[in-house]
Write a protein that binds this ligand. Sequence first.
Ligand code: HPA
Ligand code: ZN
Length: 326
Amino acid sequence: TVTTSFLKQLPKVELHMHIEGSLEPELMFALAQRNNITLPYDSVDALKQAYNFSNLQSFLDLYYQGANVLQTEQDFFDLAMAYLKKCQQQHVQHVEIFFDPQTHTDRGIPFEVMFNGLHNAFEQGKHEFGISYELILCFLRHLSEDAALTTLEQAKPFKDRITGIGLDSSEVGHPPEKFKNAFAAAKAQGYRLVAHAGEEGPAQYIWDALNLLNVERIDHGVNCTQDPELMAHLVETKIPLTVCPNSNVRLKVFEKMEQHNLKALLERGLKVTLNSDDPAYFGGYMLENYLNVQNALDLTKEQWWQLTANAIDATFTSNARKVELY
Ligand code: HPA
Ligand code: ZN
């Protein structure tokens, strides 16, 4: 039987986590105070009350607002270090982290201020906690492709420390097609490619992320069930899906965890992985996702090992590190 202590002790790999989404309300208030920013909430509790989302956009509005407290290199460092401490507590051994430069550069924070703060924290996490990491820069899809290309240009001096390019923010109405040229440019520069697709958007966006953007992993992807041919294609090509169960329930992609398709996708043979997305906003980190999934879907030990093996296989880390993680 799968016990809580089994789930706690399982070594974990996280492949879908937005660093801005790990900003806990307490840290948000502390940074606001440090930077003389007034938040539109009287207290941590009042802010938490607002975390009652009806869809992706209602979350994104608060997520971008929250990110305004991040001003200095130290702020970005503190944000990432707080996440790494959670990882250490929960036996997370390797992480691949999304960051959204445009959320910061568009309000006057220099790329290098944001990037150096994050990078220094993950380096310290590697040396102090043994947590390996890769960084994935995401373009905001509600902005233009030209803006994405500008961001890719700004990233050039830091290219050696950035593993991949992703695509996030408001999905519906901003199809993969919009970023064809930016993704082609990123690939030419040697980046690994991923994209959010099929979270709220249709199965066609997953096809387009694969065929037009040439991504290697699909972030979310749960709407693939709309298209049996796509399901068969994902099984055959072993394209990983980075599924985020707590996120999907909080954003009403599924009404209840009992209705989540994670187990069905796993049993259909898809390369499903389990991740936290925006842990400070969606009720928890890796372990809280594990516990909620187990409670609702009752996976077997073999299925938990399968999820873990899928995540190791799907990483962008070295083969030597993969062997260590196994
Ligand atoms: N989807 C799209 N954009 C995002 C998400 C998400 O789940 N989290 C942070 N930005
Ligand atoms: Zn996400």
